[in-house]
Design a protein around this ligand. Structure first.
Ligand SMILES: [Zn+2]
Length: 116
């Protein structure tokens, strides 16, 4: 087992929690960051911190935004009675594409619904 200063070990552990990052990649990224100028690593730390302090979910459309409701949902020219439903969900692209090919062209997968 390798010995690292506590801060190095903590960063390696934290990076390993990210999808697709294993122990060796986490180690490599940590030592890469140690080799970079302090301003560069501080900018990364600030950007990570801002994710929690400056980003919210829009209560209307659930997209990420810097204000709630988001600027799109605040736009008075949008018709809130219209809802665009997209058949394809993230992570289900292959299945949805297969279904779309079997049933209809992709643009037919879009359904416009009007709420009264
Ligand atoms: Zn919104």
């Amino acid at each position: 087992m390798e010995y690292y200063p506590e801060a190095v070990g903590r960063l390696i552990e934290a990076l390993q929690q990210l999808p697709g990052i294993g122990p060796r990649t986490a180690q490599r990224l940590t030592f890469y960051l140690l080799s970079r100028p302090g301003a560069e690593t501080q900018a990364l730390a600030d950007a990570l911190s801002a994710l929690r302090t400056e980003v919210v979910r829009c209560a209307v459309c659930f997209n990420v935004a810097d204000v709630d409701p988001c600027r799109l949902c605040q736009n008075p020219s949008r018709d809130s009675r219209l809802l665009l439903v997209v058949e394809e969900r993230p992570g289900s692209t292959e299945a949805a594409t297969t279904c779309s090919k079997a049933r209809s062209p992709p643009w037919k997968g879009l359904v416009q619904t009007t709420f009264a």
